[in-house]
Design a protein around this ligand. Structure first.
Ligand code: MN
Length: 714
């Protein structure tokens, strides 16, 4: 275990200005807090954070990171608190330790390997500061190095998790060294036999004198020197894990693998890379399809190198990687290398596409300390990752709610969700989900998607499902209403109402089915009257004609029992005069009325407070003093209402039921405005008189789906 002064010396070797006092205090604090706790190895627990800090010094990290490394398990495993750490070591250290504590609490329980990718993203999203991730990886590396002390069952789980999550994570941020070491240890744990047989083969080959590495290095060095390229050549047998991976990928045995050796040629600059490549390719036969130029096209994690496969010296198939020293540092140490370089005022190029923005900060930052402080991980900050109760991870866009989560799980779950438990607590469906939340969706078979949800969901899947449902549901309502209205209209004219008639006029209304016509009438796109006229084109008699006819009949004093349902009794009219109700005010028995003699259309009956009357103010000769007759309430009249309804499933049905229950008939219905939350409609209702209409208005106002109802004064 590193001693206190050794650790401080290590930090000071690359950072002379490091806060020595704080490092010493952190070392002592970790030791005290972990106290007599022991690791499974039998070592005192505090040896773990000290070793983690030691690993971090290899990446030449700032003293804030080293201190956080020393303290990384104190909040999780001892009585230390974030507040105390903030007080003793400042807000920066506290923030890092807090981040690490949060990471330690989340755990992927799912065995589904596809989930690993989401979990890696979650870790990246939660490690807002890149140092959190670096410390986490150092933590995992030390745990892997001491894995053999753990119980066997635990070992396999940790090794699997390392292979699935942490090694790829290290690769993602370009830390090849850590990645390779993690993989090797995990491989040895998980596939002991394969590991041992590959190692045995490698040893055997070496003993047989067929370890050609030194000879090949020598030859390549000679080649470079002759070609005038200054280069450092190194070589090694590939690691057991990478050999095993290759065997798996190619479904080959160890003997069939030809290139188990890899060589590196490190040169001064990019131009020399291509020069070195030229020398190699002119001297040795290329192996087809093994050439890759990651200098002109770096890997997403910033990896840069040229790879090629050749039949090299000693007639052996080998892999050669060519790169500059700078590229090499970045390839091995990843993001940490940027910081190391910055220390030497030697800023490396923009190697990491995904931290492009961070590098801009790097260039603006005046000191390395500031670079790390500002290096916020911007990865996946447009996503959140939440757990199902079973431990599966679901990735969603930022600002997603439990409804989005429910639809992401399954449309059925979304359609029937009534509530959600987030981390065990019941929360509203509009709650915005956070990274790492565990979400349990509560469902009920009686539930349906609500148009209200449309206001807060963010995923396309949820939006589409809600809209699809609401649209289908509304159409159903419109169709039922339209059918009623049509039936009534046809019957009132004593005309036969059947599908056959409607089918014959489908093209007239651009309808594809009888239901289409119903829905269109229900929605007010066409009137029942239009449909009736289309089905019976020869039926000339209009409602107005009937009204006049019945009026005439009455005017002549003849009682017509057949027309009893249409008695229009208005006093003060000249017998025989054509009369109609003005469409503007829809006067009802009970309203004070006035007659206006129109040009060519007889007398129009208006209510006395109708705005349209202003037009006739200067023509008193047109005004007729009329009033309702005794029989006026025996028939029906059209009253026009303006209604505002909540835009929710069933609202239209409720409206029509309410009107029907109050003995009114909907003669026409027209939606004049529609928003997400409400419909505005004009409803024409057949009523006896003003009182009847007022009663209906009162009933409507009492309903919870109606937010406004009044006579339309248009
Ligand atoms: Mn730890």
């Amino acid at each position: 275990m590193l001693r206190q002064y050794e650790l401080v010396d290590l930090v000071k070797s690359y950072d002379p200005d490091a806060d020595e006092d704080a490092l010493n205090r952190a070392y002592v604090y970790a030791m005290k807090k972990h106290g007599a706790q022991l690791r499974t190895s039998g070592d005192p627990y505090y040896s773990h954070p000290v070793e983690v800090a030691g690993i971090l010094t290899q990446f030449k990290l700032d003293s804030t990171s080293i201190i956080a490394g020393l303290l990384h398990d104190t909040v999780e495993d001892t009585d230390a608190t974030i507040e105390e750490i903030r007080e003793l070591f400042g807000p920066q250290v506290a923030q890092l330790v807090d981040g690490l504590t949060k990471l330690a609490m989340i755990e992927l329980k799912s065995k589904d390997t596809k989930q690993a990718e989401n979990f890696r993203k979650l870790l990246l999203a939660m490690s807002e500061d890149i140092r959190v991730l670096l410390i986490k990886l150092a933590d995992r590396l030390h745990n892997m190095r001491t894995l053999h002390f753990c119980a066997p069952e635990k070992r396999a789980r940790i090794a699997r998790e390392t292979l699935d999550i942490y090694a790829p994570l290290a690769e993602r941020i370009g830390m090849q060294e850590i990645k390779t070491e993690l993989e090797e240890i995990a491989f040895k744990e998980l596939h002991k036999e394969a590991y041992e047989s590959i190692t045995a083969r490698l040893n055997f080959l070496r003993e047989q004198g067929s370890n050609l590495v030194p000879a090949i290095i020598k030859q390549l060095e000679k080649d470079m020197a002759e070609g005038g390229v200054k280069a450092m050549v190194s070589g090694r047998e590939k690691s057991p894990y990478s050999i095993w991976r290759k065997m798996q990928k190619k479904n080959a045995s160890f003997e069939q693998l030809s290139d188990i050796m890899a060589f590196r040629i490190i040169v001064d600059d990019v131009a020399s890379c291509y020069q070195a490549l030229g020398i190699v390719h002119s001297k040795y036969h290329m192996v087809p399809r093994r050439f890759k130029d990651y200098i002109s096209t770096p890997k997403p994690n910033g990896y840069k190198s040229i790879h090629t496969g050749v039949i090299g010296p000693e007639n052996t198939r080998i892999e050669i990687q060519i790169r500059t020293q700078e590229m090499h540092e970045v390839n091995e140490k990843g993001v940490a290398a940027h910081w190391a370089y910055k220390q030497g005022e030697k800023v490396v190029g923009k190697n990491f596409r995904w931290i492009q923005e961070l590098l801009e900060i790097l260039e603006e930052a005046s000191n390395p300390e500031e670079f790390l402080e500002n290096t916020k991980l911007e990865m996946y900050n447009d996503q959140v990752f939440c757990f199902t109760p079973k431990g599966d991870l679901i990735g969603l866009p930022v600002n997603s709610t439990p409804v989005d989560f429910a639809y992401a799980v399954h449309s059925k779950v979304g359609n029937t969700c009534v509530g959600a438990k987030i981390n065990g607590e019941i929360k509203p469906l509009r709650t915005v989900l956070q990274n790492g939340d565990q979400v349990e969706v509560l469902t009920s078979k009686a539930q349906h998607p609500s148009p209200e949800w449309d206001r807060f969901v963010v995923t396309g899947k949820a939006k589409a499902a809600i809209r699809r449902y609401v649209r289908a549901n509304k159409r159903e309502q419109f169709a039922a209403l339209g059918e009623q209205m049509l039936e009534r209209t046809f019957k009132s004219e004593n005309l036969d109402f059947n599908d056959k008639g409607l089918i014959s006029v489908l093209p007239n209304f651009e309808a594809e089915s009888v239901e289409d016509i119903y829905a269109k009438v229900g929605e007010g796109l066409i009137t029942a009257w239009d449909v009736m006229k289309a089905v019976y084109p020869s039926y000339k008699q209009s409602k107005l004609g009937k009204v006049v006819k019945s009026f005439k009949a009455r005017g002549f004093g003849k009682s017509d029992k057949k027309n009893k349902s249409e008695p229009l009794k208005i006093k003060g009219l000249i017998p025989g005069m054509a009369v109609h109700f003005a469409g503007c005010c829809h006067p009802l028995p009970g309203d004070r009325i006035v007659g206006i003699v129109t040009t060519g259309k007889g007398v129009a009956v208006h209510s006395i407070d109708c705005k349209a009357l202003e037009k006739y103010a200067s023509e008193p000769e047109r005004w007729l003093d009329i009033s309702w007759g005794d029989g006026a309430t025996e028939g029906t009249h059209i009253g026009r209402l303006r209604v505002i309804l909540a835009n929710e499933p069933g609202a239209l049905g409720d409206l029509s039921n309410l009107i029907a229950r109050n003995e009114g008939n909907i003669a026409n219905l027209n939606i004049t405005n529609r928003t997400l939350s409400y419909f505005e409609l004009i409803v024409d209702i057949e009523v006896r008189d003003l009182k009847h209409l007022t009663d209906i208005i009162a009933a409507l106002k009492a309903s919870k789906v109606v937010s406004y109802a009044a006579r339309s004064n248009q």
